[in-house]
Write a protein that binds this ligand. Structure first.
Ligand SMILES: *Cc1c(COP(=O)(O)O)cnc(C)c1O
Length: 421
């Protein structure tokens, strides 16, 4: 038991994410971490099924990531990219260009997924303008999607489950479509792009819509979106902030699906969860619409910490780990193991369905439930799992042991029984 004097006092001052501060239960104070285990101040340990908002692909406190960070800190913690250059950002950009499919070649660094999506939207809009075509400023996004919490990204989130309801007319109007997972919906998407001349781009979370409830769709759905964009000459953005860097068992969901976007956004697991870093990776073709002697055609964006050296150095080390033999195929084995272990729950009377892709699994309940109470019961069972709406999900580190995985799945089974009672 460690006495944490900062918790009670600090809770009067820190403003927590997505939290009603008046009714929030006391958060669990973490004092240490290793692999897939969180050590709490009260002496308890939790097996982590979430990986700190899906970032922690290699487990906590990985020695290779720690060393990369310390080595960089010793020589050059950071220097701005305006007029100055440092090795980690330039090496990482070169590496991301090689790693991503198709002609995705130009990398713009930011610190958060939301801002990476903002930059993707800006690139799409400005690219039209740079080609002398005005009026293309709106986006097509899909129901169930989540792309961030800033104003532009809120406007392309699912209108019912996102924050549209709260911010309503403060948001730019966009086109929110059904994913084209049936022939009728494919036609509807084609018609939408036919009928509107103000569309700058189409954005989708490929294969798994994360924050919208771990909803999964097929490669064919993405191929249908790609086709509709190609027919209309409209840029396609894959928001891979969640799916990028191995989460689906391939380096990117684009690889698993065999569909290549014109712009890709990445974040979350880019540094293996060690530091904030995100990027917007743009095709050579779109980039060429900015590459000009006209200063007005330059991309006017520049976050203070763009290309942060510590983050870029850790990202290089994290990608090294992902490229070790057996790591990505291990994610596909984890997919198989989670499918087998969760299969019995699919027949449970309280369960709507069970879905698994890569290192993502979800049990959707038929009825809504008290999420806070459920979260507390998981902690009592020695695991950290945070249901989203009606969905209980796991996004564990890729290296999770069989024993820890069993403990997480047993905890979910017990919770399903409690919720069914
Ligand atoms: C988390 C997430 C974002 C936003 O990233 P932040 O780093 O939280 O700003 C955007 N898109 C997707 C798909 C995400 O999962």
């Amino acid at each position: 038991m460690v006495h944490v004097d900062w918790l009670d006092t600090g809770l009067n001052h820190v403003w927590l994410p997505y939290t009603q501060m008046q009714t929030t239960p006391m958060p669990a104070a973490v004092t240490g971490m290793q692999g897939t285990t969180l050590h709490l101040a009260n002496g308890q340990s939790l097996i982590d099924g979430i990986g700190s908002w899906w970032t922690c692909a290699h487990g906590y406190n990985h020695p290779a990531l720690k060393q990369a960070l310390i080595r960089q800190l010793d020589t050059l913690p950071h220097v701005m990219l305006g007029g100055l250059a440092h090795e980690p950002a330039y090496r990482l950009a070169t590496r991301l260009a090689a790693l991503t499919p198709g002609d995705l070649t130009r990398v713009f660094f930011t610190e958060s997924g939301s801002v990476a999506v903002e930059v993707a939207m800006k690139v799409a809009v400005q690219s039209w303008r740079n080609q002398g075509i005005g009026g293309r400023t709106r986006f097509v996004a899909f129901k169930g999607g989540y792309h961030g919490d800033t104003f532009a990204t809120m406007s392309i989130c699912d209108p019912d489950e996102g924050m549209h309801a709260f911010f309503g007319d403060a948001l730019s109007p966009q086109y929110i479509a059904d994913l084209p997972d049936t022939p009728e919906r494919c036609e509807a998407l084609m018609a939408l792009l036919d009928d509107h001349s103000d569309i700058a781009g189409v954005i989708v979370e490929p294969l798994v819509q994360g924050a919208g409830g771990m909803r999964m769709h097929s490669a064919e759905t993405l191929a249908a979106i790609r086709l509709a964009c190609d027919v209309h000459g409209i840029p396609l953005i894959f928001d891979e902030v969640f799916t990028g860097f191995g989460r689906t068992g391939h380096m990117f969901a684009a690889d698993r699906a065999g569909v290549t976007p014109d712009i890709m956004t990445v974040g979350k697991a880019l540094t293996g969860g060690v530091t904030p870093l995100a990027a917007t990776i743009v095709s050579q073709r779109l980039y060429d619409t900015f590459h000009d002697i006209d200063p007005d055609k330059a991309l006017m964006h520049g976050p203070t910490f763009t290309g942060h050296a510590l983050g870029c150095a850790v990202a290089m080390a994290s990608i090294d780990l992902l490229e070790n033999p057996g790591v990505l195929s291990g994610v596909l084995e984890l997919e198989k193991r989670m499918s087998d272990m969760l299969a019995p729950l699919a027949d449970h009377r309280a369960v709507e369905n069970v879905r698994v892709m890569g290192a993502v699994s979800a049990v959707e309940m038929k009825k809504g439930f008290d999420v806070e109470a459920s979260r507390a019961r998981f902690i009592d069972r020695g695991v950290f799992i945070r249901p989203l709406g009606r969905v209980i999900y796991l996004t564990p580190a890729f290296c999770i042991s069989a024993e820890d995985l069993s403990a997480l799945i047993d905890a979910i089974s017990s919770e399903v029984d409690v919720l069914a009672a």
